[in-house]
Design a protein around this ligand. Sequence first.
Ligand SMILES: Nc1ncnc2c1ncn2[C@@H]1O[C@H](COP(=O)(O)OP(=O)(O)OP(=O)(O)O)[C@@H](O)[C@H]1O
Length: 499
Amino acid sequence: MTASPANLKLTIVGIENRTTTFTVEDGMLVVARPGEKKWPRIRTTLGHVLWAEVKGDSLEVSFLARRKSTSPLAVVRLTGTVQEAEADLASAFTESLMDAAYAGVKRQRKLKVFVNPKSGPGNGIVYYKKRIEPIFQAARCAVDPTFTDYPGHAQELIKELDLEQCDAVVVVSGDGLVHEVINGFAQHRDPEGAFRVPIAPVACGSGNGLPLNLLGPQDGYDVCAGALNAIKGKPMHIDLCSVTQKDKTVYSFMSQTVGLFADLDIGTEWLRFLGSTRFVVGFVIEVLKMKRCPVKLSIKVADSDKKQMVQKLHGYHAKARACTSPAEVPISAEDTAADDDSTTAPSSAPPLSPTDPKASSPLSPPDSEGWSTFVRPLSYVYAGKGPYVSRDLMQFPVSIPDDGLVDIVAQEITTRKAMIDAMDESEQGMQYWLDTQHYFRASAYRVEPYSPKGCFSVDGEEYPFEPFQVECHRGMATVLSPCGYYQAEFRLPDESKAS
Ligand SMILES: Nc1ncnc2c1ncn2[C@@H]1O[C@H](COP(=O)(O)OP(=O)(O)OP(=O)(O)O)[C@@H](O)[C@H]1O
């Protein structure tokens, strides 16, 4: 049989004594099972095929598929007996199907898996055993699982990771355990080699910013989509931020915050049972308190024009989508402010409305080294990489994965109503357009508290409320991604209304 993915077809009668026809057409696997009542015709992309083989007279085809376009992914494993007359055709079919399903991807990855039994509402172990492990087994991956026993357990083990024996580190948890893995890599005897090992997050926590950014809002919380990404995702570089306090440095892949959102992150541990709703409830509680954030914020600004930042994002996405492989995703010179002139002043004044009486820049002029100071009273400072920090909040909508710039939101004190209203479409990042929400892209920034009391959160984990400096390091870590860029759509407000 001269099988190519365009014309593959196999009809056998050996699966549950029914005639089953497998067809590959237009990059899809179609399985027709006329006698099957519940799911007679399954259609799924070749990328969702986990395994296909004939061994002796046994056929197995395993894949992920959705019953409806909005359903989560489910594992389907079809096994049956192949008659002697069908054997050659079935072997040729499964070999061609596997070639197409794993084009450009190493089969049977070696996966180091961490499962946090305590993350989010505490479903990690159940999800792992019932939904994730069967996918790894179907794909014949070599899996080394650890159920973490205490905070810091994953970090201790990752420091000693045998890099030769690991194609990816899978983190079945929230963002806190990813933070541990990143900092374990930094302490590895070969940190450069360790940071080349890609991380594949599978969402089981409360925030799950990283899986949302990599898999998008539809699949971000789908543990099957996360498992598939671990098996087939392609390496994508992301920036890390070093956060230095006194003589200690930690690495942050997602966020650093002081003020309202830090109080929320740290102060709502008791609401963990609510899952991601914890952050919505916590936000309302903190807005009602409306505390000031007593800090001095200094920034090495690269960009602060909101519309231009959106246009740059769109330019980046257009190029990224034109690439077939994440490794090819380019960053154009005009998108890479971190390269040469990251210490220059903002390209234009922040977009305050023309009638705003305070329509002067909220930043002091830059000093000789390019540092400016934010000069208005603050409610919070929220900085980070990656658009989503949780399902309900696209905090950094114009973030680009590896351009060496960290996004910084400086929220000026405003009314409670304005803060609550702004959260209305915060899952689409619409708070970005608030006049009182100042947004900078920067190579570095510093925060110096004026008061001894407060909370400081890095990737959702608590750190001392003491001065800190952050520097963004271009492409320092690696994650797995289905497409090579953050999957979050963000438009100019007039475009959003038009659609
Ligand atoms: N067995 C364990 N018992 C208690 N804590 C643990 C255990 N294993 C890991 N941890 C810690 O649990 C903390 C929270 O984990 P994680 O961030 O993964 O979940 P989450 O907070 O629910 O999610 P998110 O960070 O996305 O909001 C991390 O600081 C991690 O170190």
